[in-house]
Design a protein around this ligand. Structure first.
Ligand SMILES: Cc1cc2nc3c(=O)[nH]c(=O)nc-3n(C[C@H](O)[C@H](O)[C@H](O)COP(=O)(O)O)c2cc1C
Length: 362
């Protein structure tokens, strides 16, 4: 999303201007402690709350964590939390349902790694889809993806420009495979240039939209204190930017980013990537969007297991007119492309926080 990119450039320049930096922030211990409490694997026989913590570590739009959970007789349910909608960037709740799918997949992977079978279905009795997961005894699954859950992150930095091997591409493709979802890979320089132009066009449109910027700004966190207090949102250090007092971060965000800088950064991000994966479901409805989330989360975990980073560059699919043009470029004019993901190698950035499971049970 445009403004996250925006934030990166603006906060970095702002920090340089202000002489304030990540390393100089006095209180990151509390943040690091909170991360350590949340991001660890399960020991022994996991409870359902343990499995739900794994679910919360999933990717989700703007880190709004648009979910609540219900413990049932046979397992758990994942419900949409419509109070956490992002109605400007996501007016039809596409990202919200993709995020629920990501959470469901983490839970299923963690449960199966611990020898629990999962039967996943959609319950629409309440007038909207609820993901119902029934747990039963089974055999432990291969733990590769499970072990990657606490380590997976969205890495919004330039990558090293090196290609990913065909073996690794095959593993990514196999991990993402899911009925009803196609994943298209682009690794040629000319293709990446075209994707970059779509990203720049979408970024430009979003930056010109004050409602988009205002919505994004609501989810930005500049200080560790606010990040820990809220346990959600987009904390600047997770995008490679400095921690700042909230008042300063907000002013700098408003003041210093420019469309040109952001677009240049996005071009650089795409050009430095080994490739781009585009997720396209057969149909455009919540059930398919949940499946896209499940497919993407597996892709991201497999990438993490291979030491490959990924980040969303969804601008081409967030601006409706551009999305149609992008679908034509994909040669899928009658379908709705769901996610655009770049991947490649780079050092990790700081991890993002989640809200505690206890506060999410309904
Ligand atoms: C449906 C969906 C859409 C997303 N869109 C973007 C995006 O456009 N730009 C971006 O930088 N990150 C995007 N993200 C990544 C989230 O911001 C990220 O998952 C969240 O902040 C949590 O951080 P983590 O992935 O590092 O755990 C998206 C994630 C999902 C699931």
């Amino acid at each position: 999303m445009l403004s996250r990119r925006t934030l990166i450039t603006s906060a970095a320049s702002a920090a340089a201007l202000a002489g304030v930096g990540y390393a100089l922030w006095p209180g990151l211990d509390g943040y690091d402690d909170a991360i350590a409490r949340q991001r660890h694997l399960l020991s022994g026989d996991p409870t359902r709350q343990d499995l739900l913590r794994m679910a919360t570590l999933a990717a989700n739009g703007h880190n709004t964590q648009p979910w609540t959970f219900r413990l049932t007789n046979k397992g758990v349910q994942i419900l949409p939390d419509f109070t956490r909608r992002t109605e400007v960037v996501d007016p039809d709740d596409h990202h919200l349902y993709v995020s629920l799918g990501c959470a469901a997949e983490n839970l299923v992977i963690a449960a199966r790694a611990h020898g629990q079978n999962c039967d996943v279905s959609l319950d629409v009795a309440q007038g909207f889809p609820v993901i119902d997961i029934r747990l039963s005894a089974g055999q432990p699954d291969d733990p590769t993806l499970y072990k990657a859950i606490p380590l997976r992150q969205s890495t919004r930095s330039a990558y090293d420009g090196q290609p990913v091997s065909t073996e690794d591409l095959s593993l990514l493709q196999a991990a993402a495979k899911r009925e009803g979802v196609d994943v298209l890979f682009f690794t040629e320089a000319a293709q990446l240039e075209t994707v970059a132009e779509f990203v720049v066009a979408g970024n430009s449109a979003q930056m010109d939209d004050p409602a988009f910027i205002a919505e994004l700004r609501d989810w930005l966190r500049f200080s560790p204190d606010k990040a820990v207090q809220m346990g959600d949102g987009l904390f600047s250090i997770c995008s490679g930017n400095p921690a700042l007092p909230e008042w300063l971060g907000g002013r700098l965000f408003d003041a210093v980013f420019t469309k040109d800088n952001e677009n240049a950064k996005y071009r650089d991000h795409v050009r430095s990537s080994a490739g781009v994966a585009v997720f396209v479901a057969d149909k455009a409805n919540p059930a398919h969007w949940i499946n896209v989330g499940r497919s993407f989360e597996r892709f991201a975990l497999q990438a993490t297991a291979l030491g490959i980073r990924n980040a969303h560059i969804n601008q081409p699919i967030e601006v409706p007119e551009l999305r149609q043009e992008f679908a034509r470029w994909l040669d899928l004019p009658d379908r709705r492309p769901d996610l655009v993901i770049r991947f490649g190698r780079a050092p990790a950035l700081p991890m993002s926080l989640r809200r505690p499971v206890d506060s999410l049970l309904v």
